[in-house]
Design a protein around this ligand. Sequence first.
Ligand code: ARG
Ligand code: ZN
Length: 852
Amino acid sequence: RTTRLADYRPFGWRVTEVHLTFRLAPGATRVLSRIRFAPLDHAPARMTLDGEGLTLISALIDGAPVSPDLTTDGLTVDVPPAPFLWEAEVEIAPEGNTALEGLYMSGGIYCTQCEAEGFRRITYYPDRPDVMAPFTVRIESDLPVLLSNGNPTGSGPGFAEWHDPWPKPSYLFALVAGNLVATSASFQTAEGRDVELNVWVRPGDEGRTGYALDSLIRSMRWDEDRFGRVYDLDVFNIVAVDDFNAGAMENKGLNIFNSKYVLASPETATDRDFEGIEAVVAHEYFHNWTGNRITCRDWFQLCLKEGLTVYRDQEFTSDMRSRAVKRIEDALLLRAAQFREDAGPLAHPPRPDTYVEINNFYTVTVYEKGAEVVRMLASVLGPETFATGLELYFARHDGHAATIEEFFACFQEVAGDTLDGFARWWTEAGTPRVTVSRHWDGETLTLSVRQETLGGPRWIPLAVGLLGPDGEEIAPTTLLTLKDTEAHWRYVPSTATWETCSAPNGQPKTDGAPLPSINRGFSAPVLLEAGMTDAERRLIFGHDTDPFNRWDAGRQLIRAGFIGLVTEDREPDPETLAAMGRAVRDDALDPAFRALVMGLPSDDDIAQTLAEAGRTPDPDLIETGRERLREAIAALLAGDLRRLYADLAPVGPYRPDADGAGRRALRCAALSCLSVVDGPDAARALYSQADNMTERLAALSVLLRLGAAEDALADFHARWSRTPDVLDKWFALQVGSVKGSRAVETALRLTRHPDFDWRRPNRVRSVLGTMLRHHAGFHSADGAGYKVAADWIVRLDPANPQLAAGLTSPFQTWRRYDGDRQGMMRDALERIASADGLSRDTSEMVGRILGG
Ligand code: ARG
Ligand code: ZN
């Protein structure tokens, strides 16, 4: 069954009040609901409520027993034409809930996950985001901590009550009960409200909550300062649970997190983990306004809350850390995952118009591309107009369930302009290809810009600057927005402006031509073909004022070197390596930036680049090419890297800030590269001396790659076998750090390890997810990677459909590869598709991958 945007119809009733009582028991929890419905003009005589896997004990309307018609996905019942009270009692079994949707148990803690459609597994309800109501909740249990949304209104032995005054959709409902301990702080809002903040974890983990709490405080202050958004309840609770399908969830006043995004200490978490915690805590908090106070009319509008909230968390991270580094990291993710999605059978617009299972649309396109669209909107409007439009959105839609059109209309209104060509970013799939050609007549530079875009031209904001022959900036960044298929601009030096013009003619000259630096800051998420020579790329890499384009030019050079090795067995251009060396040595540059310069394109990136050029990628050749590229770099830069490794040695105790993280990133990159020529000694020493997980894990990864990790692995396991979030790293690293088909063998062996538990999504993703992302492993020529993947997807699907469906996505690139591999991947997919009782989640994914 396909759900279509075009079929949207409002629900026939308003819900004016929801009262829920939970009598908790692992195998048989009773949920009593008292819900007031008021008919709208178009209300039919029968009401349909969603419900899945519920045992109905009793149902009453206005106190009189009724007998609804039960279906597999809900019930229908005759209702009066006036406001009425619905009362129902249902039974559910949280203990046996392995799908981790609705009410379930994780390590003895009751918790919930209701987005997108989990509330219907708790009780009968119009489980759709446009039905908003205030909730009152009573929890009956002997467990010490009983939490729900909103403010606490009463508690006593064996019960607690909560009231959430802010109308909300059911997907934001949450309940937690268990033996938990809090790390607390208080926060005074800009409006003078004192808010109690708690981060709840299992006893024993309370020493690892400080960073999450601190991130929350900084997020709350920042959202007031930057966006004028103030918190609106007396408490804000965060709870960490080990078993969670996603990263975290923004339930009103009661955020529930995958413990991986809460627990951190220098000894257990890497710099990346700290950055992730800061970003996810912020993201969930920011949803309080973009998602909760203003929610989505229907699930097609998911990017309304996710794109906007990711944009907000990106801005937060940029302000807390390095804006340039954050932009590069985001572009890396977008190109690696979203461009790939856009280029294959899973392509969809940020706002799709059909789905079978909405859980399959929590994608990089909805989240990250959705954020890029908001970012572009901000740049085409300019900061003031964007801010005014956003204010209007908050004022006009507060308390409502909105659409992308309504969001966009706020900006059109304040801009006093039609921005129609812009809106295609939300409604069309595909990555635009932008070609820029240059014409220099000896005095004037003209840029001709063309877009090739599915579904008609979009507005494409390109930030452009000009460099002189020695790399000096001769024209500062200017935003040129391409609105049609083609446009021409010429630079007028006397006024330092760009003006539109007609197509240039006449013989172009080359002497003394300025060099454009295009799409600075990755101003538009497009595939850019600017026709640059390697020498021009080196000029930008060495001199551009825009850090993003510097990094990107370096990356293009190194990618070309990588491709040359893979396809023509050609040694990388020494000038490219020399340029890389200059950047890595340049102490005037941020170490984090230099570490990014040292990062090589992923195997998947190379495979995608080859596929785009119409070639068939060979995963083994790509893996070998990477080794050789690493050797070439190591041979050339060994001296510099040894100096860097020594110079960047820690000066004080570990601190998870951006500066320290940048130094460690560069030092670890140096270590990893050096180990190619120097062997494992330095990594061994670092493994045993490090006072933090970042360096320890980097060292362990080097040792694994060199086949010298036996002692360190055993030591690591002994230290952390009782700390699940750290043990996940031990599993993942072993699969991720070996070559080719050994990744599959390792994954298979680790699935038999006593500490492997297929019920825990994080553990499954550490082992199988890592194998699936290991390019040469997953695509090993004997098909073992495909087979292991299919076996596990079939096995996991009945227990946890969301987890199983997520594991299918690496198959999306199957058409890139040779006939043998394509055949084996198709077989694996068809085997999954034919599994008995396959979930809607997995069958939609497999169908789209095969069919597209
Ligand atoms: N809204 C959550 C967030 O972005 C994620 C929920 C994921 N849910 C899902 N069904 N995949 O923070
Ligand atoms: Zn979100």
